[in-house]
Design a binder for this molecule. Structure first.
Ligand code: PMT
Length: 400
């Protein structure tokens, strides 16, 4: 999502200016080209050199200076940006922006911006509570500026209240959300399933599989980064919910089926990366089963095949993508699933191959299209596999 994006980061003079260094570093680490504008008073709290070292780019402080990168920084830093972020934003900057004042490089560049602008205020709690500041924020919000509210906590002055700059993670999430509305999937709703379902045996035990959810979550994040509305139906995982994605947590195959069917009417694309348990216990014990006998026999009954049901009820215009986790005869088994479940695309992975399948950060997959074409992808990060799958989905939709 952030890879190759041009982000202009404005830093104003507040004690939280040092936190902007972490933000710049995190954005840079995620592949964004970060260009920093500092106000004169920001320079009292943190040196431009810090940002230069973290971003690898010159830092701009003066309205009238040019650089080897930009002839007119106030126009170029605004015009080239995919998103502009001001963190921290002081009450002074809010006041200037709300009244159209442009008397330094940062306020001029923000006024010249046509991209989304994200403002992250940080100031003393009494200043933040002041009605004039509230009015300025409300006015700017009306003009279409986006905000990340300051957090409540202990302030540098020792008081407790609302005014601390939001956590870097929260600001990163807001940036991601703003960038998301711009990609090649922006008109699509994508429904993704992830993780391994849990089929209860008794109140404390269940049957499951080795799925970590990484493949499905990578797909959800990739689709969201390309502008799609994403609904992620997730069986239990240890992964944090991806920012901006509507995540529905489920446990069993039955619950996953119910959630998928609920959102299916809204979906243009369905990608079923989840490892759904094929069987569940015929009877779930109400109490914890005691270890009385030498053996314990569980009777398992078949679960509904969610993907096959979607295939049987396929709507015009929907693209259905399934996965096949195989341990042998990869292509033959995968093609059977593609036909039987009426899919447009099947992503086959031989889960016995090192670096492929369950739990890994990478995967090795074969894309099999309904027309018969097959494409082998080499070992790559699951995030990249996800983008290749989405490329294939868009190609299928264009050629239909
Ligand atoms: O989660 P990770 O650790 O990242 O691992 C990724 C993965 C190995 C789980 C993923 O790459 C993968 O292969 N997912 C599908 C696993 C699977 O259940 O395959 P299957 O061949 O049993 O099922 C075929 C397809 O039918 C799948 O899309 C599955 O979601 C779907 N299915 C299966 C059974 C069922 N009752 N309902 C279903 O919808």
């Amino acid at each position: 999502m952030l890879e190759g994006r041009f982000i202009t980061l404005g830093v104003t003079g507040g004690i939280a200016a040092y936190k902007a260094a972490e933000l710049a570093s995190r954005l840079n680490g995620r592949g964004a080209a970060v260009h920093v504008i500092m106000t004169r008073s920001a320079g009292e709290f943190i040196r431009p050199l810090t940002f230069e070292a973290l971003t690898g780019n010159p830092v701009y402080t003066d309205l009238f200076s040019a650089s080897h990168l930009f002839r007119m920084p106030h126009i170029d830093l605004a015009g080239r940006a995919d998103v502009m972020v001001v963190a921290p934003a002081t009450a002074n900057l809010l006041g200037k922006l709300a009244h159209g004042m442009a008397d330094d490089l940062l306020s001029t560049a923000v006024l010249a911006a046509t991209c989304p602008v994200l403002i992250c205020p940080a100031m003393n709690m009494n200043m933040y509570a002041n009605q004039v500041v509230k009015d300025n924020i409300a006015r700017l919000a009306q003009y279409g500026y986006h905000f990340v509210e300051p957090e409540v906590g202990r302030m540098a002055c020792g008081h407790f209240g609302q005014g601390r700059l939001a956590e870097t993670e929260t600001i990163m999430g807001a940036i991601t959300t703003l960038l998301a509305g711009q990609g090649d999937m922006k008109d699509l709703t994508v429904l993704v399933t992830a993780g391994g379902t849990r089929e209860p045996i008794d109140p404390v035990r269940f049957v499951t599989n080795r799925s970590s959810g990484k493949m499905g979550y990578a797909l959800a994040e990739a689709a969201f980064s390309r502008g799609a509305r994403v609904i992620l139906v997730s069986a239990p995982t240890c992964l944090p919910g991806p920012a901006g994605v509507e995540t529905v947590l489920v446990e069993s195959a039955g619950e996953m089926r119910e959630a998928v069917m609920r959102f299916y009417p809204e979906a243009d694309v369905v990608i079923k990366a989840a490892a759904v348990a094929d069987y569940r216990c015929a009877r779930v014990a109400e109490q914890k089963i005691k270890k009385d006998g030498e053996t314990l026999i569980l009777e398992l009954v078949k679960n509904p095949d969610i993907l096959a049901e979607l295939g049987r009820n396929k709507r015009e215009g929907v693209t259905l993508v399934g996965f096949a986790a195989e341990t042998r005869d990869l292509e033959e088994n995968a093609r059977q699933k593609l036909d039987k479940k009426n899919l447009d695309l099947l992503v086959a992975n031989d889960v016995t191959e090192p670096g492929a399948g369950f739990g890994t950060d990478t995967n090795i997959v074969k894309l099999i299209y309904s027309g018969g074409r097959a494409e082998d992808l080499p070992l790559m990060e699951k995030s990249l596999v996800a983008h290749r799958i989405l490329d294939a989905v868009l190609e299928i939709r264009q050629n239909r």
